[in-house]
Design a binder for this molecule. Structure first.
Ligand code: UD1
Length: 342
């Protein structure tokens, strides 16, 4: 089978490409490298011992996508391409709506044109907004995302649901990621944010490696056990394996189906800091600062539907997450930039 991954040179896409290659699939990556690195794909090829076809293009270039789908005989598409910086989405809403929604519309048009109708979409737990009940199940009402990035994910979920409702030849998986973190255990591929990281885990590893001085912990007065925010951190390799399972299940069963990809465990910011010290021996200098606008106190997945229907569960715990994130950061202190192909 041949799978096309949009955004396959990015963080989640590259780990997913690796899992697919290792499972024996032929992988085509299409990426415009706006927030990704060609080097990631090269390293996936090295790790898997398998060649990947890399197409440097914008997914909005519908003709290029359509011709890649037919030329390589693609059976299914995993759609990870999109902009994802929450803060930037608030400053540049047009850019976010235009990029994320246009990309998906163009992709679906190209797929429809050539008759490839199996799609796995990278959605986000952000569609739940601030959930009333935890852990949050897939039946929880989709909420009121606090930023345009989150709204773009919710709008795309709606679009894809409508597309499948109108034509039952489509098989679509909507995967609601909780907080993807960590890296492949080799330390060869990982998360490589441009500029100052917005997310907790890359910030922590950059403090540990000396690129940043101090972690600002956003809020110490939440109604959580230690007052800091609680999230469901999922190892990116578990997440990648979830894509493979979801692709199998929708290819077999059809429909438009939603799955949470999370662990079911909530971890506070200070627990992450503690785990980091325990696993790596490096204390993280931090100070508690006011809350970040738009943040919620706690979020945690109910993972049962994915366990039952996908026969999948997150197998890697917090210590593995921290160990692998740290290995990646230590071996690549400047991310992919230090490599000779950049
Ligand atoms: C955010 C997005 C989510 C997106 C995810 C991954 C929202 C509300 N959240 O999740 O949609 O999928 O990023 O890109 O849309 N923290 C600190 N200091 C830091 C950074 C973070 O204390 O420097 C805290 C936060 O307050 C939070 C936790 O760490 O409690 C996790 O934050 P982060 O990694 O940014 O993820 P989310 O905000 O949960």
């Amino acid at each position: 089978m041949t799978i096309l991954i949009t955004g396959g040179a990015g963080y989640v896409g590259s780990h997913t490409a690796l899992v697919l290659c290792q499972a024996g699939y032929d992988v085509i990556v299409i990426d415009n490298l706006v927030n990704a690195s060609r080097e990631a794909v090269v390293r996936v090829e090295q790790l898997a011992g398998r060649r990947i076809v890399f197409v440097e293009a914008d997914v909005r270039d519908s003709d290029t996508v359509a011709s890649a789908l037919t030329r390589y005989g693609v059976d299914a598409v995993i759609h990870c391409a999109g902009l994802k910086a929450v803060g930037e989405s608030t400053e540049r809403p047009l850019l976010y709506y235009q990029t994320n929604i246009d990309t998906t519309l163009s992709l679906c048009s190209a797929m429809e044109r050539v008759g490839v109708k199996t799609l796995v979409f990278s959605s986000s737990a952000t569609v739940y907004g601030d959930p009333d009940e935890l852990p949050v199940t897939e039946n929880a009402p989709v909420g009121w995302p606090s930023n345009p990035y989150g709204w773009s994910k919710l709008m795309i979920e709606r679009i894809l649901t409508d597309v499948q409702a109108a034509d039952s030849d489509w098989s679509i998986a909507l995967l609601r990621y909780f907080n993807p973190v960590g890296a492949h255990e080799s330390g060869r591929i990982g998360e490589d944010p441009k500029g100052i990281p917005n997310n907790l885990m890359p910030f922590v590893t950059q403090v540990a490696v000396g690129r940043r001085a101090t972690l600002s912990v956003f809020g110490g007065d939440y109604a959580t056990a230690d007052g800091t925010g609680v999230r469901d951190y999922i190892h990116v390799m578990d997440l990648a394996e979830g894509h493979l399972r979801a692709m199998h299940v929708i290819a077999e069963r059809g429909g438009c189906r939603v799955w949470n990809l999370g662990t079911g465990r909530g971890t506070s910011v200070l627990e992450v800091v503690e785990a980091f010290k325990r696993v790596t021996g490096r204390p993280i200098d931090y100070r508690i600062v006011p809350r970040r606008a738009g943040d919620i106190a706690a979020c945690c997945a109910a993972p049962e539907r994915a366990q039952a229907e996908l026969d999948w569960r997150a197998r890697r715990g917090l210590d593995a997450i921290v160990r692998d994130a740290w290995r990646w950061q230590r071996q690549n202190p400047e991310g992919y930039m230090g490599s000779d192909r950049e």
